[in-house]
Design a protein around this ligand. Structure first.
Ligand code: AHR
Length: 854
C-alpha cells in the first residue's frame, strides 16, 4: 500500500477505534443533482441527529440504464437488507418508462449486475419500494395516474404480473434527513460500525486513487521541484526469456469520425445513393435528407427524389432529373469538396434510365469553376443500367465538385452515382484511400478489428451492424444510420475489410453484436434490455456461423461462393471473432452470448472467440464479464479503458497479477485522456509507458489496439484519435508514432530485467519504464525506455552476455515538451557493448534495436 494512503487509513482507524460504537445508523439516499445521475449515497450517524455524509455526492452505485446524455438516472432508490443476506436496491429510471431497476450487493461496495424490469400498466414506474416476507419480495410502485401496483419475486429475475393495490398499502418507510448538502429522502438502516468503516475506506481509497490518477505534467514543476537527474541501472536476463504474443500490436477500426464514408473508403461522392434520411441524425438536422450534398445550378432543371421504381429494394431512393433545355447542372459537393490530383484518373459510374436517349456531360470542376476533367455519357432505355466514364484531372484541386449536365432536354433517373480515384490502396476496385490505408499499414498492425466499437452492436436492435447487409453488389447493400450521427453506405463492407486485412498482412478480427445492442442505446428500448428476441436468436447465431463460412468456407459452400463471386476464391483465413462490445453484463446479454459462443465453439473449434468484459478496468461489468468468461472458458476477453496518464503511470502492473492459465486479454480499446482530450507527447508517452507493462505481460495480453483510429477534421465525434485527416492530408499524431514504433519493433519473446532507480519515491519510480523483447524473425533484441519525468535519466544497461553481432545499434528517440503535438521520432546510430550508458532525456521514449547473433 502507498505510504500516504497508509497514513490516512491508520489515522482513520485510530480515531475510529478510540470511540468506535458497535452499530450506527446508515442512511441511503440519492439527490436530484445532475438530473438524478449521481447515484446512491450514504451518510451515517450515532444518534440520528448528527449525520456524516460519506463523500459529498459520492456514488456507491450508479444506474446504467439508457443513453449517457439523457438517462443513467437513479431516482428514489430504495435499499433494504434481504432475507438472503444481500442488500437489494430498486430505483426509478425516469418519469415515463414502465421499468424499475434492481441490483444487489453483499457489502454495499461491490454490486452485482443490474436488471431493468418491465411492469404494467404502461404509465411509468415511480417510487418503487421493496417489502420482504418469508422469502418473497414485493416491489410496490406508483404510476403517473396516481395509482399503485405491485409485483412479487423470489429472485429479482422473474416477477408475477402487476396487481393494482390501494394507495394506503404503499409503505411509508422512507424518511427525510437533514444533511449538510440539504434535505434528502431515503431509508434508515442499523448496521455494524465495521460496515460503515468499510464504506468510508472505499470512499477514501477512491478519492486517493482519483487524486493520483489526476496527476499530469502541468503539476510536474511543483511535484518534482528540486529533483535532479535520476540514475538507473538495468540488468537484462536473456536466459529467462519467455514467449509473448506475436499478435500484440493491432488496430481498432470503427466507422466513427467519418472514418469510413468520407474517410478510408475512397468514394468521393457524398450521398451517392440518395439514401440519407432525417433518421440518420434522429431528426436533428432538417437539411440532412435524400438530396443532401446535391444541388442544382441553372434554370429549367427539376431534380427530385423518387422511389417508385427503385434500382434495388435495399436502395429505395433515386433522383429523377427533368430539363426543358440544356444548360443547367446537378452538382455533388462531395464530402466537404472533392480532392482531385493532376494527371490521375477517376472512374465515374452510375445507374441510370431514360425513356428517350439522353446525353450528359460529366465534369469535375475546381474551386473557381474551372473544368478539371470531363467526359460524356449517353443513357438510353427505361431499365436501370450501369454507365461509366473515365476522367483524367488536368489540375490539382482540393475543393472540386462533380457536375452532371444534360446536353439534351428530357427526363432521366439516376442512382449510385460514384466517383473513385483509380489509384486506391493496392488499386482495388471499390477500394480504400491510398494515403490513409498506407498510414495504417505503416504501423505494421498484426490484426485489424472492425467494424467497431459501438457501431458493431448499434443503437437499438434495428441498428446492429449485420454483416450480410454489407456484402455483394453496392446497390444491394443496406445503408443505415451510423450511431455517431451520420450515414453509413456499407460501401466499405465485410469483403473490403477482409481484403484490407489481407493486403496489409494483418489478421482480421470482426466483432459481431452479442445479440444485444449498445448499452447506451436510446432507440427501441433503453440499455440492453432490448436483446434480440430469444425466438429469433437461432437465426442470429446462424448469421454468425455464416460469417465464418463467408470468410473461410470453400468456394462451393453457399457463403464461400459469395466471397469467390466477389473476386476472392481463396479463404480469408479468419481465426478470431469478437462477440460483443463492452456490453452491460446482464442476464439478457449472458443468455445470448452463451448461445453464440457455444455454437461457434461447437461448429468451428478452430476459431478463437473473444468475449467482452465491459467498458472499464473495474466495476460490475468487468467483474461479471470475467466471471462469465471463466465459467464458459472463453479463450480471450476484450477489455476497454480510456484513462488518464496518471492511471497508466500508477497501474503499469495491472496485468502482473492476472491468471496465467485463464482467458487471455485483448486490450481492444485504450488511450490516455487528458483534460481537453489532446493527443500530445504526454498522452503518447503515458501510452508508451503502459505498453512496456503490456509487453511484459504479453503472455496474458495477446492483442492490444488503441482507439479510435481515424478522425476526419471537422467531423470528429471523439477525441483523441490516432490519425486525423482531411480530404487531401493525413495527419498522424504523436500517439500514432508510439503505436508505430511498438508495431515495427515488437517481439516474440520477453526478456525479464531488473531495474534500480536512484530515487525511490513512487511518483518518480513510476514515471520510468523499461521493456526488452526479442524478435525471432530478425534475431534483434529491442529495448524500450520511457521517461515521463521532467529530468533526464542516466542509465547503465547491462546486457549480461547477450551475443552482439554489431557494436552499433539503432536508436530511435521521441522527445519534447509534454504538450507537443508534432514531436516525431529521430533515428541515430549508437555504440553499444555488453554494458553501456544511455542518457534518457526528460519526457522521452527511446527504442534501441540491437543485432544479436543468436
Ligand atoms: O472508441 C470509441 C467508442 O468507445 C467505441 O465505439 C466504444 O466501444 C467505446 O465506448
Amino acid at each position: 500500500m502507498n505510504k500516504a494512503l497508509l497514513i490516512v487509513c491508520l489515522a482513520f482507524s485510530l480515531i475510529a477505534r478510540a470511540a468506535a460504537p458497535d452499530s450506527v445508523y446508515l442512511f441511503s439516499y440519492s439527490t436530484s443533482k445532475n438530473n438524478n445521475k449521481n447515484g446512491l449515497h450514504f451518510a451515517w450517524s450515532r444518534d440520528r441527529e448528527t449525520w456524516h455524509e460519506i463523500g459529498s455526492e459520492f456514488a456507491f452505485l450508479r444506474s446504467d440504464y439508457g443513453r449517457w446524455d439523457t438517462e443513467k438516472r437513479m431516482i428514489d432508490p430504495y435499499l433494504m437488507m434481504g432475507g438472503d443476506n444481500l442488500w437489494h436496491c430498486v430505483w426509478a429510471l425516469n418519469e415515463h418508462d414502465p421499468v424499475f431497476a434492481h441490483a444487489s450487493s453483499p457489502d454495499l461496495i461491490n454490486w452485482n449486475r443490474q436488471t431493468y424490469n418491465y411492469v404494467s400498466p404502461l404509465d411509468g414506474c415511480l417510487k418503487p419500494v421493496i417489502d420482504y416476507y418469508q422469502g418473497n419480495y414485493t416491489v410496490i410502485y406508483a404510476v403517473n395516474s396516481g395509482k399503485y401496483y405491485n409485483v412479487s419475486t423470489h429472485d429479482f429475475k422473474s416477477y408475477t404480473p402487476s396487481t393494482q393495490i390501494a394507495s394506503y398499502a404503499y409503505p411509508s418507510t422512507s424518511v427525510i434527513i437533514h444533511l449538510a448538502g440539504g434535505n434528502a429522502k431515503g431509508q434508515l438502516h442499523r448496521v455494524a460500525w465495521s460496515d460503515v468503516e468499510k464504506l468510508i475506506k472505499a470512499f477514501e481509497n477512491k478519492k486517493y486513487r482519483n487524486t493520483r490518477n489526476a496527476e499530469n505534467s502541468s503539476g510536474d514543476a511543483q511535484r518534482f521541484a528540486g529533483l535532479k537527474e535520476v540514475t538507473a541501472t538495468i540488468d537484462l536476463y536473456p536466459e529467462r526469456a519467455r514467449p509473448i504474443s506475436d499478435l500484440l500490436m493491432g488496430v481498432f477500426f470503427e466507422d466513427i469520425n467519418y472514418a469510413a464514408d468520407g474517410g478510408l473508403y475512397a468514394e468521393l461522392v457524398q450521398n451517392r445513393d440518395f439514401e440519407y434520411t432525417q433518421q440518420d441524425k434522429l431528426g436533428r438536422d432538417a437539411n440532412w435528407n435524400a438530396s443532401y450534398a446535391w444541388k442544382v445550378k441553372g434554370d429549367d432543371l427539376e431534380f427530385k427524389i423518387d422511389s417508385a421504381k427503385p434500382l434495388h429494394q435495399n436502395n429505395f431512393h433515386y433522383a429523377t432529373v427533368s430539363t426543358t433545355k440544356a444548360g443547367a447542372k446537378i452538382i455533388n459537393t462531395g464530402f466537404d469538396g472533392i480532392s482531385i490530383k493532376r494527371g490521375e484518373k477517376y472512374d465515374f459510374t452510375f445507374f441510370a434510365n431514360s425513356a428517350a436517349k439522353t446525353s450528359l456531360r460529366v465534369l469535375l470542376t475546381g474551386r473557381n469553376g474551372q473544368t478539371l476533367a470531363s467526359s460524356a455519357v449517353t443513357i438510353s432505355g427505361s431499365a436501370w443500367k450501369k454507365y461509366s466514364a473515365v476522367m483524367t484531372a488536368g489540375m490539382d484541386d482540393d475543393s472540386a465538385q462533380l457536375e452532371i449536365e444534360p446536353v439534351t432536354a428530357g427526363v432521366f433517373s439516376m442512382d449510385l452515382v460514384s466517383l473513385f480515384p483509380q489509384k486506391t490502396f493496392r488499386n482495388r476496385k471499390n477500394g480504400l484511400r491510398a494515403d490513409l490505408a498506407q498510414t495504417i499499414a505503416d504501423m505494421r498492425p498484426r490484426f485489424v478489428r472492425f467494424p467497431g466499437g459501438c457501431v458493431a452492436h448499434g443503437d437499438g436492435l434495428g441498428n446492429i451492424y449485420r454483416w450480410k447487409n454489407t456484402i455483394g453488389a453496392l446497390q444491394q447493400r443496406v445503408p443505415q444510420r451510423n450511431l455517431w450521427g451520420y450515414h453509413q453506405t456499407a460501401g466499405l463492407g465485410y469483403f473490403e475489410y477482409f481484403q484490407f486485412c489481407e493486403d496489409i498482412g494483418a489478421a482480421p478480427v470482426p466483432v459481431v453484436a452479442a445479440g444485444v445492442p449498445c448499452q447506451n442505446s436510446g432507440v427501441g428500448g433503453a440499455g440492453q434490455q432490448g436483446g434480440i428476441p430469444i425466438w429469433e436468436m437461432d437465426e442470429y447465431v446462424q448469421e454468425v456461423l455464416d460469417l465464418i463460412e463467408y470468410a473461410n468456407g470453400d468456394a462451393k459452400t453457399k457463403w464461400g461462393k459469395l466471397r469467390a463471386d466477389a473476386g476472392h476464391p481463396k479463404p480469408f483465413n479468419l481465426k478470431y471473432i469478437g462477440i460483443g462490445n463492452e456490453d452491460l453484463i446482464t442476464d439478457v446479454f449472458e443468455e445470448r452470448f452463451a448461445m453464440i459462443y457455444k455454437a461457434v465453439k461447437e461448429k468451428h473449434p478452430e476459431i478463437t472467440v473473444i468475449g467482452t468484459v465491459g467498458p472499464f478496468y473495474e466495476g460490475t461489468d468487468y467483474n461479471e464479464g470475467w466471471a462469465l468468461a471463466n465459467r464458459l472458458n472463453v479463450p480471450v476477453v476484450d477489455e476497454h479503458y480510456y484513462v488518464s496518464p496518471g492511471w497508466m503511470i500508477y497501474n503499469q502492473d495491472f496485468y502482473d497479477g492476472y491468471n496465467r492459465n485463464g482467458s487471455k486479454v485483448y486490450l481492444g480499446e485504450y488511450a490516455a485522456h487528458l483534460p481537453g482530450r489532446p493527443n500530445n507527447l504526454e498522452t503518447a508517452l503515458a501510452e508508451a509507458l503502459y505498453l512496456t507493462g503490456v509487453e511484459r505481460n504479453g503472455d496474458v495480453v495477446s492483442m492490444a489496439s488503441y482507439a479510435p483510429l481515424l478522425a476526419k477534421e471537422k467531423h470528429t465525434q471523439w477525441n483523441p484519435d490516432l490519425i486525423y485527416f482531411n480530404n487531401s492530408q493525413v495527419k498522424p499524431t504523436v500517439g500514432y508514432q508510439v503505436q508505430k514504433l511498438y508495431g515495427i519493433h515488437s517481439g516474440t519473446k520477453y526478456f525479464p530485467s531488473l531495474i534500480n532507480v536512484s530515487e525511490h519515491k513512487e511518483e518518480v519510480r513510476n514515471r520510468l519504464a523499461f521493456s526488452a523483447v526479442r524478435d525471432s524473425s530478425s534475431g534483434d533484441v529491442i529495448l524500450k525506455m520511457v521517461n515521463l519525468l521532467p529530468v533526464g535519466t542516466k542509465t547503465k544497461i547491462n546486457l549480461r552476455g547477450l551475443p552482439l553481432k554489431d557494436s552499433k545499434a539503432l536508436k530511435i528517440e521521441l522527445t519534447g515538451n509534454p504538450q507537443d503535438k508534432d514531436a516525431r521520432p529521430k533515428e541515430s546510430s549508437i555504440e553499444i557493448k555488453d554494458q553501456f550508458d544511455l542518457e534518457i532525456l526528460p519526457y522521452s521514449f527511446v527504442v534501441i534495436r540491437i543485432k544479436t547473433s543468436s
